[in-house]
Design a protein around this ligand. Sequence first.
Ligand code: SAM
Length: 497
Amino acid sequence: MDMISLAHENGFAVTRELRRVEQKQLGQFMTPPAIARAMAVRACSRLSLKKTVRVLDPAAGAGVLAAAAVQELLLQDERPEQICVQMFELDGRLRPILKQLADRMRREGDRAGINVKVGIRIEDFLLSDVACDKPQFDLVVANPPYFKLNKKDERASQHLYAVYGQPNIYGLFMAACSRVLNPGGRWCFITPRSWTNGPYFSQARRQMLLRLHIDAMHVFESRQDHFTDDEVLQEAMITWATARSGNANAIEVSTSAGIRDLGESVLHTVPACEIISEDAHNIISLPMQESLPETRSFQATLASHGLKISTGPVVAFRAAHHLSGVPKPATVPLLWMQHVQHMRISWPINKKREHITANAETAWMLVPNANMIVLRRFSPKEDIRRITAAPYIGGSIPGNVLGLENHTNYIYRPGGLINADEAKGLAAFLNSFYVDSYLRRVSGNTQVNAADLRGLPLPSLSALIEIGRRISAASTLMQADAAVDHVLGVRQKVGVA
Ligand SMILES: C[S@@+](CC[C@H](N)C(=O)[O-])C[C@H]1O[C@@H](n2cnc3c(N)ncnc32)[C@H](O)[C@@H]1O
């Protein structure tokens, strides 16, 4: 029996004894030998030869993947003099079989004239010093556990750089392992497919793509074929990648006022994707030195501030018989996007159908006449900013309730109130040059939808309120920009397109 089959059989014997729920809690689903071999063959094929090759299996289980990597390295035509394997496993019950495997690895190494060193650490990889340390491995092979983590889990806090919304533990493994690879090192993961899209993995993806060049992907089309022993129903894929050499995907940015202070300029390494938009336009926004720390320190989102964004519920053609061009006893204002300008709501503007009847039939589509931020859902391409947002201060136009037409979005606090400074501050921030250049960098689309805004990094609530305190409810865009600039220290300069 080869090393891989030994590890797999030993592991299967242990997990067979576990209850399903226990297996799920630890994400203990072992890789079948054929897959482990396929992963290792491809991962080792491009490995640049070094005297010592350092291998990491961060969630070793029974060590199937580490075994496959060592076996493959021993079979190479050009072999290293030494192989150092580091395995992490949380479950102490697997220690004896990992020790047995380690002995077998050493013996196979001796037979091939290669010194094989094996380290086994029974601990949480994500909380280990290694996961946060400098690059030191040449090869990472992993089948990490898969389950959602609470955002407050220590592992999520330790790897915040890869967290957006509720993290899945496997995304943290992928991102953390991309950081511990030496340049040119190889990274191979078998995972569910969900990391490839969607907002929850966006930060993990960003981290990975910053450090890795994806070389190959294999998709399993059948849901259970590959994990038959463990009856896993996962849509799985394997990804092979290489750690980028140098800073190919990062750009060093420095600024100086002129020639005299050139020598004092501070270097910032900024991910290329934060500077060059990844759409066909490849717009280059030069970040100003002052803006760099703030750009990366905004950690909040609408959701973390307890806010929600929704689309205006009034669909004009469906509610046509409730709309009117003139006020009537039972009508309340209906806000269309034409009523929304940067930092200002203007109503009425003698527009057709800017009134809506408030009655039992329309009650569901009306919102309380309270503080909120109203945004245009569509703006002309040539508009100076991608977002047009205005603070609405409750009671500034008549009615207990208001209509919001479907071409608007509005931000409110479910089950709570937004105070006036918060509404002004958030509207000013959304209209600001900072948000505009951020959106230009992350999306080529000139229209900003509610999902984009849900993902937008925001400053703290206290900073937003402080911005709001500095402006009136009907300030100009310039005044709002100045307040944002003052509070956040973001210099309102125009990027170079
Ligand atoms: C999906 S299994 C894969 C095991 C093995 N790599 C394989 O391919 O067969 C994931 C393993 O990671 C372990 N594990 C779970 N959380 C871990 C953590 N935070 N650090 C290290 N190992 C962990 C589990 O006990 C389980 O053995």
